[in-house]
Structure formats: structure tokens, C-alpha cells
Design a protein around this ligand. Structure first.
Ligand SMILES: Cc1ncc(COP(=O)(O)O)c(C=O)c1O
Length: 349
């Protein structure tokens, strides 16, 4: 990324973009889909897909089971869609059959859903939704921002027409670039008059070459490790973390259907949720996250993503959290968390 930037018309840019596009297709398992890089946060990629596929008044069906499903509704509404939602309680997945029936009954232009919602740590099964969309002619947009690089994503196998990822989570790259795949159906459906002048996927959108070089390196590292090894590493790190948290006497919010890259843990009664996060950051240099929506104040979210999905990071978090909680009077058997995580990790690796 520190290489001198290339000018917009430098002939080397085309080869670089093609290189990144090929790497992106492998990481998303996207077969013949076209793969783009767009400037901005991951949500710029989601907004670009919506602005380029949806005309005002089109019907968009959204599966909502957390904060980022709400974002899909907001973006579709802002771009003039008539939005219908299928909701699930936070901490559960959306009922696939409910989505499939609505797709068949109402024939939306676009179905939008998050693959793994960071607000709840739940992963949504997609293949039946993809098949129903193909059957009815609807396009399927999936937010893979959290899942890409950390657990299985199969764009071709699940009939996903537009998948969006970000570099900064399990791909272990810098934030600032959205990755977007488009199926042939989605490319054919791009509006001639996108509802955004800048985020218009029917024309090329200029990106910083420094960012694209960063993306190329991140994607190369992912493929060098191997997708399946990377998914196993994320799973092993989260299981070690969860074993450690349980040994510390904390109760997990994360249950089955949970993703391996984020763990939600309940704040013990009488403990100051924000105070612990602040102290952990100040004294140990470790940031864990607050929760969104109905979980706010009651749950911490701990990421094991990309380079942090490794035992040393897990042990640092457990050691730091134990020290902070003990200093606040929470009764803990000192050392148990690190021991439990280390032992499990030895069995898994
Ligand atoms: C599932 C999911 N979707 C979308 C986003 C938005 O990503 P960005 O902040 O890069 O726009 C996030 C960010 O946390 C996310 O976790």
C-alpha cells in the first residue's frame, strides 16, 4: 500500500484490477460472476448494489435477524423500494420457509439478507433461499461482510446474485474497500439510470490503487493459507475463547447456529458493561464491543477475526478480562480461563 499510487489511466491498473477480481472470485467461490472493488466502507458496496438494481417502487424482501438486516431495510427504503420484511427474534435465524413462501407469493425484484449478522453472531442458511429466488426470477443480495474469509461462503453454490464483503474483518485487510460479486443475471438487470450517480455499477467507479494493492495482498494471504484451513482456524479460536469464558464463570449468549468469528457473552449481574470495556482498553490495550439494539448493555461482543483468530490473541483477551472483572469484585478462579482455552486449543490443533 506504500507503493507510489498509479494514475487513473496508467495501463498497469487494468492488470491489477483483473488480478484482484480473479482472487476475489476464488475467495467468494463465485464462478463466472464478475467481481468488483468499490471505494468506501462495506456498506458502500451494499448501497451500490441496491442503487443499481432497484428502481423506485420495486418490491424488495428483506430477512431481518439483527442490526445489519435493519441496514438493508434502510438502504432499500432510501432508494425508493417498497420493502417487505421477514423478521426473526435477535439470536435466531430467519425462517427459511417463511422467506421462500413470500418470494413465491409476492415475486419481489430483490431479496436481501445478511449471511452472518455481527450484532447477534448468528449465521443464516442461504441455499434454499437462493434456489427459490432462481425459480421465481428474484435477485438475491447477500451481505457477507462478516462471514467472508471466516466461514464457508459459496456464491455459485447458493445462487447468490450479489455478494458484498469488506476487507477489514476475516480477510484481515484494511478498511476502505468494498468487494462485490455480480452474477450474470445481476449484471443483466443493472439499471440504466442507477439511483446514485457515484455508486452506479453499470459504469466503472474509480478506486485508489493503494487500496486495491492492499486488497490484493489480503486476498493472496487468504488463498495462501487456504479457505478451509482459515475457516478451521476461526472455529478453533472461537471455541478456545468460549471454553475460556465459560471457565471464568461467564454465561455465553452465543449458542448453536453461531459463527466462529464473533462471540457474545452476557455481562454478569451488577457489573458495569461500559466500564469493563473502557478499563480493558486502557489497561490492556484490548477493545471488545458493546452490543446493539435489544442486547445493548447486557452483552459484550468479542471478535476472533482474521489475524486475531489465534490462540495468543484469545489468551490476551481472557487474561485481560479476568483481571478487569476480578478488580471489580467478580469472583473468579484465577488462571482457569487461560488453562481451559489452552487445553482445548491443543486438542483442536
Ligand atoms: C454484517 C455486517 N454488515 C455490514 C457491515 C458494515 O460494514 P462497514 O462498516 O465496513 O460499512 C458490518 C460492519 O460491522 C457488518 O458486520
Amino acid at each position: 500500500m506504500a507503493t507510489a499510487p498509479l494514475a487513473a489511466d496508467d495501463p498497469a491498473i487494468q492488470a491489477l484490477i483483473e488480478d484482484v477480481s480473479n482472487l476475489e472470485k476464488q475467495v467468494f467461490r463465485a464462478d463466472t460472476a464478475c467481481a468488483l472493488t468499490l471505494p468506501g466502507a462495506s456498506r458502500a458496496g451494499i448501497e451500490a448494489v441496491i442503487a443499481s438494481l432497484v428502481e423506485p417502487g420495486d418490491r424488495v424482501l428483506v430477512g431481518v435477524y439483527g442490526h445489519f438486516g435493519e441496514l438493508l431495510c434502510t438502504l432499500a427504503t432510501r432508494h425508493g423500494a417498497t420493502v417487505e420484511r421477514v423478521d426473526a427474534e435477535w439470536g435466531t435465524t430467519v425462517d427459511v420457509q417463511a422467506i421462500v413462501s413470500r418470494v413465491r407469493e409476492t415475486g419481489p425484484k430483490l431479496v436481501a439478507i445478511v449471511h452472518a449478522d455481527t450484532s447477534t453472531g448468528i449465521v443464516q442458511p442461504l441455499s434454499e433461499i437462493g434456489a427459490a429466488c432462481r425459480e421465481s426470477g428474484a435477485l438475491l443480495l447477500v451481505d457477507c461482510v462478516l462471514s467472508i474469509g471466516g466461514c464457508e461462503v459459496d456464491v455459485a453454490g447458493w445462487d447468490i446474485d450479489a455478494a458484498v464483503g469488506g476487507l477489514q474483518k476475516c480477510l484481515g485487510g484494511p478498511p476502505g474497500l468494498a468487494l462485490v460479486t455480480l452474477s450474470e443475471r445481476a449484471q443483466g438487470a443493472l439499471s440504466k439510470r442507477a439511483h446514485s450517480a457515484y455508486l452506479d455499477l453499470s459504469r466503472s467507479i474509480g478506486v485508489s490503487t493503494s487500496m486495491v494493492l492492499g486488497a490484493r495482498e489480503a486476498l493472496r494471504i487468504v488463498l495462501e493459507e487456504g479457505l478451509e484451513s482459515r475457516w478451521r482456524r476461526h472455529r478453533a479460536a472461537s471455541e478456545a475463547l468460549r471454553a475460556g469464558l465459560a471457565a471464568m464463570g461467564l454465561e455465553l449468549f452465543t449458542k448453536k447456529d453461531s459463527v466462529p468469528m464473533i462471540t457474545l457473552v452476557k455481562v454478569p449481574r451488577g457489573i458495569d458493561e461500559a466500564g469493563v470495556r473502557q478499563q480493558l482498553l486502557l489497561e490492556h490495550g484490548i477493545e471488545i464491543m458493546a452490543a446493539f439494539g435489544p442486547l445493548r448493555g447486557n452483552v459484550w461482543r468479542i471478535g476472533t477475526m482474521g489475524t486475531n483468530a489465534r490462540l495468543p490473541s484469545v489468551l490476551s483477551v481472557l487474561g485481560g478480562l479476568e483481571a478487569v472483572l476480578a478488580s471489580r469484585g467478580f469472583s473468579i478462579k484465577r488462571g482457569a480461563a487461560v488453562d481451559a482455552a489452552t487445553q482445548l486449543s491443543r486438542q483442536l490443533l
